[in-house]
Design a protein. Structure first.
Length: 132
């Protein structure tokens, strides 16, 4: 099951749950494609093929717009300086980035061209995002 634990006398052990989670006693390892270092998610690339709300644990997103438009939503309330790097990886349809907190004075940004990327950071005003 996923309620496994590693005792303090075990060396080089991994937690392996039924959902392919593998984290060693130092908090390092992978859960799916997510790499954890000291128990913190690091350098994750998530490929979205359907509408999705972005999470602060994931910094890099690829949007596969091969079959349809995809809308990625960024909520306000993430930590100051939170960075999202988003890339449109298929040319057929649009990538729409929605943000009720505004991104450079706009609530919606549309990426139409293949292999277009955008970097968005949560501003120090804790109210808006900025394209960098």
């Amino acid at each position: 099951g996923n309620n496994n634990s590693i005792g303090n006398n075990i060396k080089n052990g991994f937690i392996i749950g039924s959902d392919s989670k593998q984290i060693n006693q130092d908090g390092e390892g992978f859960i799916g494609d997510v790499k954890y270092i000291n128990g913190i998610a690091e350098e994750i690339v998530f490929t979205a093929s359907e509408n999705l709300t972005l999470t602060p644990d994931i910094k890099y997103y690829w949007a596969d717009t091969f079959r349809n438009d995809i809308t990625l939503t960024i909520n306000k309330g993430v930590r100051d300086g939170q960075l999202f790097v988003i890339k449109k990886i298929k040319k057929n349809f649009n990538l729409i980035i929605n943000c009720p907190s505004l991104i450079d004075d706009s609530s919606t940004i549309t990426l139409k061209n293949n292999n277009t990327s955008i970097s968005i950071v949560y501003g120090k005003d804790q109210e808006t995002y900025k394209i960098i």
